[in-house]
Design a protein around this ligand. Structure first.
Ligand code: PSU
Ligand code: MN
Length: 334
């Protein structure tokens, strides 16, 4: 017999169905969450988001595919589920399978570099988009992934005070509650102004086991960081506090280059200076500037490309730490 006042147990059941329905992974029919990622999220298991511009624009095939697979493996080895994010045929995909990863890696720069501003266009025109930090954060937050690992993030460009070329990665950090683990910001950018801008955006910038903000290839940038975190658990507590307070902004966790690499990292500075001069001479601007500078630094540092070797070493190191943070956070939220 139908009852107008359901028993409390069926109400609880309805409530749990409802909360299932509201589960962030199901909340947007326009995105496709892989079965593995979706299961992990609904069971409260640690998940780590990964960007895809680093695959399409960061290095050539097949090195990009190898690196992407290795980074995913490192995340798994450290106890979390990787979710590489990209837009394929206009569908935002959260968690790529091997076939999709290979497709994107082969596409390379044919895939559109997709920041937040580009998402609607790439989706509407059913294009393939490789997501930058800003777009990856947007999708990670949409499905409820709290931790995201990358190599370096975008920032305020040199002369940004005149050109207003400021990466949307920074404004995304100001508006989206995802923790981004990176090796800091490359000195192709204006690091002090990048940190000023992050402060304006209300972003908590933390340095991992150091008091200095790292400059990707080098441990130091000359800029001090007020927030120092010394373990994955400390990082997790900070992320948890940021979430519980509903601050709404992201957190940047900057992990310095390992000592064994940092001497070679210093050698890259002159290549950066040369790349910057060339970009100015060739009048390279807009969203082409970052890929141009990164590619030139790789070329100038030689056949074996010191810069690209370090790029890969750093993203792998970040992946291990990011996965540990994600595991510690899942533990806290249990
Ligand atoms: N910096 C790096 N490696 C990268 C990028 C930046 O050291 O791969 C990529 C990231 O995808 C980042 C994007 O989100 O470039 C920023 O581009 P722009 O400066 O156009 O916002
Ligand atoms: Mn820009």
């Amino acid at each position: 017999m139908a009852s107008s006042s359901p028993s409390s147990s069926s109400a609880v059941k309805r409530l749990s169905n409802l909360s299932n329905h509201l589960c962030p992974t199901n909340s947007n029919p326009f995105v496709k969450v892989s079965a593995q990622v979706s299961q992990a999220l609904t069971s409260g298991l640690p998940v780590v988001a990964l960007e895809s511009t680093i695959i399409s624009h960061g290095m050539p095939y097949p090195q990009n595919l190898e690196t992407a697979k290795e980074v995913e493996a490192i995340v798994r080895d450290n106890g979390a589920v990787p979710a590489t994010i990209a837009i394929l045929d206009g569908v935002p995909c959260i968690g790529l399978n091997l076939e999709q990863l290979e497709r994107l890696a082969r596409m390379g720069k044919i895939a559109q570099k997709t920041a937040r501003r580009d998402i609607a266009y790439v989706v509407a025109t059913k294009r393939n988009g490789a997501t930058t930090v800003s777009a990856t954060m947007f999708f990670a937050a949409m499905v409820g992934i709290p931790v995201f690992v990358t190599g370096g993030i975008g920032g305020v460009h040199r002369h940004g005070e005149h050109t207003m070329d400021i990466s949307s990665d920074l404004t995304e950090l100001g508006r989206t509650p995802v923790a981004v683990v990176s090796a800091g910001v490359k000195s192709i950018l204006d690091i002090p102004r990048t940190l000023e801008y992050l402060e304006t955006q209300g972003v908590c910038v933390a340095a991992y086991k150091t008091n200095e903000f790292p400059a990707f290839f080098t441990e130091t940038s000359g800029c001090k960081v007020l927030c120092r975190l010394d373990s994955p658990e400390e990082c997790a507590r900070l992320i948890d506090a940021n979430r519980k307070l509903n601050l709404g902004n992201g957190v940047l966790i900057a992990v310095p280059i390992a000592k064994e690499y940092s001497a070679s990292g210093s050698l890259i500075e002159s290549a950066i200076q040369q790349a910057l001069t060339e970009a100015r001479e060739k009048n390279i601007t807009g969203n082409a500037e970052t890929p141009f500078l990164l590619a030139r630094v790789n070329e100038i540092t030689g056949g074996a490309s010191l810069a690209s070797t370090l790029d890969i070493a750093l993203v792998k190191n970040n992946a291990a730490i990011g996965a540990k943070i994600s595991v510690a956070l899942a533990q806290l939220l249990k």
